[in-house]
Design a protein around this ligand. Structure first.
Ligand code: ACM
Length: 513
């Protein structure tokens, strides 16, 4: 007991008194991590990766992933064996790490990551990755040496849901772009990718029972151009790529508004039976499914059934925002019919927080995604009192499509200008009055693409704000410190450069050369 207490004391000291960030050229320090871990205790010395270093793991998937990260830059074989200097174990982790945390021990003789689940090992691997020199991210062989600073990290997430969202509807983004986005969000321990798969400008997922949704509804995008859609094979490839990174895909079909692409594809979904033309502008709030027609519910049931078949994760997102062309009564009628359809398919419903409208009933496991600009919202408070959980995505903090400042070329400004510090300096646990931390499922950073047509555009808006939001979702509030964060963020830039990620060189961050 005394020893344990002493350990706790040392740990507490290590957390409040981090040493200077950078040790020597190319080498990292134990504190150079985003998101900040729960506790970091540096020790003397370092482990050095060698050509014959073996990886031993209780989870074959995480071992293969780690080898895949380390082999290209090191050029080392790094065989996977029953015993190895790098050891990933599903035993011996302290209970405090919970289902997604880990304990990482580095000594000159080896690296051991202990966790209670493969997801925990995977998170520990992301920390190990950031402790290696940034050149480890190179796709071709680099010189090394490949050193990991010694010490112990014990870590677990503050929130279970750590999300990013990609709008593939306004501008279509191909499978390879989505896969790279998954690779990048994994580096920051984000565990959900929400795909906004339908909107006025495009329907992006093949639905066999309603094929024109994709072939016609997916045939354009904002500003015109060819658009595109994912076949079911494409989509399964995205889901599998995500699963290897312990990321859950949350598919969104936005209903009853934001539905022009569907209405253009099937005349019978319109109250007047006339299909509108495809839409390539950026207005919102003008379209609605016909809530009084029975075919509308057949349509939603079919789409949900096919979407649920493609979705191993627990959530489907059913939009519900900006349904300005639907009356309040029709909105409640519609939502009260379609949310139970998702529940009967074994899924929990996520929706933009407008699904908490007064006459909408709670469905079991319902999650509201809060994207408002205020610090209290009576409908959200009431829904939370009724059992709903909340994903925090306040638009003036987390919307990655907002401009950084007035000079940013891409993006929009309707919610706010959001520099890095604005994205970082808020608390998801206290942001909304009436929504206690216990009701906050997590935090998500949405990336809307009205103005973002290319992968480079996405990178420029996501980096460096996405890691800021990821830290809010993972790190304990006690580590929150802008002065520390900006230094740790600066240390990430060589990694982004090596990975070929373009980023906004915010004047708020002391980038090194
Ligand atoms: C939204 O930004 N309309 C959710």
């Amino acid at each position: 007991m005394r020893l344990f207490a002493l350990g706790t004391l040392l740990l507490a000291f290590a957390v409040v008194a981090p040493p200077p960030a950078i040790v020597a050229h190319g080498r990292t320090a134990m504190h150079d991590l985003v998101p900040a871990p729960v506790s970091v205790r540096p020790a003397r010395g370092a482990f050095t990766l060698r050509p014959g270093t073996a990886i031993a793991s209780d989870d074959a998937g995480v071992a293969a992933y780690l080898a895949g990260v380390l082999r290209p830059a090191t050029g080392y074989a790094l065989p996977i064996r029953p015993k190895g200097a790098i050891s990933l174990r599903l035993e011996g982790a302290p209970a405090s790490v919970g289902p997604e945390g880990y304990q990482l021990d580095v000594t000159p003789r080896g690296v051991t990551i202990r966790a209670r689940t493969p997801a925990g090992l995977f998170n520990g691997v992301q920390t190990l990755r950031q402790l290696l020199p940034a050149s480890v991210e190179s796709p071709s062989v680099r010189p090394g040496p490949w050193q990991v600073p010694a010490g112990r990290i014990v870590d677990h997430p503050r929130f279970a849901y750590r999300g990013a969202m990609l709008d593939v509807a306004r501008h279509f983004h191909p499978v390879e772009t989505v896969k790279r986005y998954l690779d990048r969000i994994a580096l920051y321990k984000i565990n959900h990718l929400h795909l906004h798969l339908s909107d006025d400008q495009g329907w992006r997922i093949a639905i066999d029972s309603w094929p024109r949704l994709a072939t016609h509804g997916g045939s354009t995008q904002v500003g015109g151009g060819p658009g595109g859609y994912y076949t079911k094979a494409d989509y399964r490839e995205i889901v599998a790529h995500a699963a290897r990174r312990h990321i859950t895909i949350v598919p969104e079909i936005d209903v009853p508004g934001h539905t022009n692409a569907a209405l253009a594809s099937y005349a019978e979904l319109n109250c007047d039976g006339v299909a509108p033309p495809l839409y390539t502008g950026v207005k919102v709030g003008f379209s609605s499914l016909c809530t009084s027609k029975e075919i509308t519910y057949t349509f939603v049931r079919d789409v949900l059934r096919e979407l649920a078949e493609l979705t191993p994760g627990p959530y489907v997102h059913l939009g519900g925002d900006e349904a300005d062309a639907t009356s309040d009564a029709d909105f409640a009628t519609f939502v009260n019919r379609v949310h139970p359809m998702a529940v009967s398919l074994g899924k929990k419903v996520v929706g933009w927080h407008q699904i908490a409208a007064p006459d909408v009933r709670h469905s079991p496991g319902r999650v509201l995604q809060y994207w408002g600009l205020t610090s209290d919202d009576a409908t959200v408070t009431r829904a939370v009192a009724g059992g709903a959980k909340v994903i925090m995505s306040p638009a003036n903090k987390t919307y990655l499509d907002m401009k950084y400042d007035a000079t940013t070329k891409l993006g929009t400004t309707w919610a706010a200008l959001i520099e890095v510090r604005d994205a970082y300096d808020w608390d998801p646990g206290t942001h909304l009055a009436g929504v206690p931390e216990s009701a906050v499922l997590g935090v998500e950073a949405p990336l809307w693409t009205e103005t973002l047509a290319t992968e480079k555009d996405l990178e420029h808006m996501a980096f460096p704000r996405l890691p800021a939001v990821a830290e809010l979702a993972w790190s304990p509030r006690s580590t929150h410190d802008w002065a520390s964060f900006r230094e740790r963020l600066a240390a990430q830039a060589p990694r982004w450069q090596t990975l070929g990620i373009g980023f906004h060189r915010s004047p708020q961050v002391p980038w090194r050369a």
